[in-house]
Design a protein around this ligand. Sequence first.
Ligand code: GTP
Ligand code: MG
Length: 210
Amino acid sequence: EKKYDYIFKLILIGSSGVGKSSILQRYVQKIFNTEYTCTIGVDFFMKTINIRDKSIKLQLWDTAGTEKFKSITTGYYRGANAAFVVFDLTSKPSFDSVSEWIENYYKYSNPDSEKHVVLIGNKSDLKENREITQEQIDSFVMNNKIKYFETSAKNGENIDECFYFIAEKLMNDLEEKEFENNINDKNDVINDENLKKNKIDIIGGKRCCF
Ligand code: GTP
Ligand code: MG
């Protein structure tokens, strides 16, 4: 039996060491590990959350940032409803490669599905080591028209919020579509009834109603 109303596939991408696995560990298991264990290929997490009266199952795919796993990881972009593109606020190179990660998401996810990107600047707790200015981030976010969160897997800042944001956005989009389909269905029914009525009128030899 289905125990959820919606299911969404979300992927985390971005350079090695930016904290993708740490973000997911914090979000799902509520733990933080200072030791760095590089992800091999892909890893998978699951979490169900409630928004309004709906339960939403999140399939969370953690990918390795290392170039050598690229051919494996990009295979998992397909069918993703959204991508979190993560960079490390203390590493300029990780920010510089964000565009490339976004392009790859567009390239390897389904060509016909809608794409959502959320940019994550992680390690916000390391304020003294920050290498990217607010202006640099603001202009990137404005130019690319994407949502941005500043997170810390260490202290938990904005971790729940960024997942909640995308789950709610995807859910709203679906509900809007369902609503539109409903209206279209109703219009179809009304048209059908008109047709039927006209047909009966004609068969009965009566005057048509218009
Ligand atoms: P790959 O699997 O190689 O792609 O790396 P990753 O993006 O999964 O990075 P991972 O989560 O393994 O984190 C790398 C290192 O950064 C680890 O030593 C973490 O403890 C540390 N780290 C992750 N997030 C944070 C954070 O928010 N604050 C601080 N201070 N350290 C963090
Ligand atoms: Mg990892």
